[in-house]
Design a protein around this ligand. Structure first.
Ligand SMILES: Nc1ncnc2c1ncn2[C@@H]1O[C@H](COP(=O)(O)OP(=O)(O)O)[C@@H](O)[C@H]1O
Ligand SMILES: [Mg+2]
Length: 268
């Protein structure tokens, strides 16, 4: 039984709450970035990616929430191991049946959260896959460099791209090669496969026990003061930069829509 202080959604009172915190001089939160991690194959590193990304953002002073939609609750267990000396991360149980009625996970996020990381189960059917990704600003797919996994990820990517407008979807998706041993034939094959799909290859993460140790303590690789973890921490930089560029593009798109609406209203 998990002993977490889970956030439970209440009726939305967003504008009033935000106005209060601003009037009291608190810092205005930065706009929310919603990151969904998925791959319909198990064991490829979804929870590892989700927990490390949550730890990265929390340790860089972003108000961070981790929504675990997997009934196995690996990410919530990780959070349970995290001590009070490290930056807090808000836990959201997305596998709770009573919350399934709310399709948009946006409604489950407490006000003020700046970075939302969503961990998903392997067994996602087509409808659930669409549900989980509809509101996402970025979709991250970890993949192991193996023939079986490359084959499985091609089906997963095809399903993602088939729904909705392909171009719009493609630019939200990035693949992360996980447990990589560089200079292997299969790694080269993975690189070639991804460039043929025109999908961003955002990072390569090494196969190392550093991830296993960090996970046991509820930490991310960036918070690990272990010998040799510095290089692993650097591996995340291209991914974080890609995510922040996505955020800037999403913000620009929202601003463009808002200004187009204002222009339409003023000419009415
Ligand atoms: N880069 C890595 N190096 C070493 N072990 C890893 C790495 N990524 C994941 N693992 C380990 O592989 C196992 C499966 O990873 P996990 O993140 O739970 O996958 P998923 O959530 O996709 O099922 C876990 O035991 C995890 O610690
Ligand atoms: Mg998992």
């Amino acid at each position: 039984m998990l002993n977490l202080n889970l956030w439970v959604p209440k009726p939305l009172k967003l504008p009033a709450q935000q106005a209060e915190s601003t009037a009291s001089g608190a810092q205005m939160p930065r706009p929310l970035l919603r990151i969904v991690i998925l791959n319909t194959k198990g064991g490829c590193g979804k929870s590892t990616l989700a927990t490390n990304l949550a730890a990265y953002y929390a340790s860089h002073d972003y108000r961070t929430a981790l929504l675990d939609a997997d009934p196995q609750a690996s990410s919530l267990h990780w959070l349970q191991n995290r001590d009070g000396a490290h930056k807090a991360i808000t836990a959201i149980n997305g596998a709770d049946r009573s919350l399934r009625v709310t399709r948009s996970f946006q409604l489950r996020v407490p006000p003020g959260i700046e970075r939302l990381i969503v961990d998903t189960p392997a067994a996602l059917d087509s409808a659930r896959l669409q549900d989980m990704t509809r509101d996402a600003d970025a979709i991250l797919i970890p993949v192991l460099p193996s023939d079986i996994d490359i084959h499985a990820v091609s089906r997963c990517v095809a399903e993602l791209l088939l729904a909705g407008r392909v171009e719009q979807r493609r630019e939200r998706v990035a693949v992360i090669a996980n447990r990589v041993k560089k200079n292997t034939l299969v790694y080269t094959k993975l690189q070639r496969f991804l460039s043929s799909l025109g999908i961003t290859f955002a990072a390569s993460l090494r196969d190392t026990q550093n991830y296993v140790h960090a996970s046991e303590w509820g930490l991310g690789i960036h918070e690990l003061e272990a010998h040799g973890a510095d290089q692993d921490a650097l591996d995340w930089e291209p991914l974080v930069q890609w995510l922040e560029r996505r955020h800037a593009q999403t913000d620009a798109a929202v601003a463009a829509i808002a200004s187009a609406q204002t222009a339409t209203q003023s000419t009415d």
